[in-house]
Design a protein around this ligand. Structure first.
Ligand SMILES: [Zn+2]
Length: 248
């Protein structure tokens, strides 16, 4: 059975159980307007999908405002502060880890939050997306006081609420980072089917929307083709793509 057929089967099982799968879309590493970002925005416009853009505050360009002005379905989230790696050599990359004193981590997050809300206003939701999808356990307890309402990393969430923040993660990474290219239909769709079936069977939080993660600046042509094929394919099914307002 092809991966597309397997996805079709999974969606049929959802339909048989009388449920509509929820999904959401997060794209990371935006800092400025670019042709790739415009391509991404066009997909959101073509398929009428809410698009959540994790924006890096440091060095963010004011031309990003134009992208938001042209597509009201885009909402910005905060992607750390500078996307620098502070982890020791040999350790997994991390901006918001235990490698620096907590105040050194928190202060930039606070200024990043102010920067993005000033630049993007209502198009910004105070949701933290840690670079590389990881952060120190010391950070979440500080975030609500800073004004954050949500947190988004990778993999099924353990709980909906964490230290007063709503957690909504992503579950499908379409890129093979070692090769820095499209992960392939099989791997991309397997991740999706895996999360959908785990939700349906109650093995993970069934209420967590299945999250598609993309990285517009790292897309090769196959990534773009896959995104379009997936959105096209899902149009035939009752899938509910959620917006930041509904998610967080
Ligand atoms: Zn990133």
């Amino acid at each position: 059975m092809s991966s597309w057929n397997a996805l079709q089967e999974e969606l049929k099982l959802w339909a048989q159980s009388g449920q509509v799968p929820t999904m959401w879309w997060r794209d990371d590493d935006a800092q400025q307007d670019s042709s790739n970002l415009r391509k991404l925005s066009q997909l959101s416009l073509d398929y009428q999908l809410p698009l959540h853009l994790a924006v890096i505050p440091k060095g963010v360009s004011s031309d990003l405002q134009n992208v938001f002005a042209d597509n009201s379905r885009i909402m910005a989230l905060q992607h750390g502060y500078n996307h620098n790696n502070y982890a020791a050599i040999g350790k997994r990359k991390c901006e918001l880890g235990d490698d620096r004193p907590i105040t050194k981590v928190i202060q930039p997050l606070t200024s990043g939050l102010a920067q993005l809300s000033h630049l993007l206003g209502q198009a910004f939701a105070p949701v933290l997306v840690p670079p590389w999808n990881r952060l120190s356990t010391k950070i979440p307890p500080c975030l609500a006081d800073l004004g954050f309402v949500g947190l988004s990393t990778l993999g099924p969430r353990s709980d909906r609420l964490l230290c007063g923040l709503t957690q909504v993660n992503v579950h499908i990474d379409i890129i093979d980072w070692k090769q820095r290219r499209f992960a392939g239909e099989t791997r991309a769709l397997e991740q999706m089917i895996h999360h959908l079936s785990a939700r349906r069977l109650g093995l993970v939080d069934a209420d967590e929307a299945t999250g598609l993660m993309t990285h517009h600046l790292a897309h090769d042509s196959e990534c773009w083709v896959f995104c379009q094929q997936l959105f096209e394919f899902l149009q035939a099914y009752p899938v509910n793509w959620l917006s930041a307002e509904e998610l967080f």
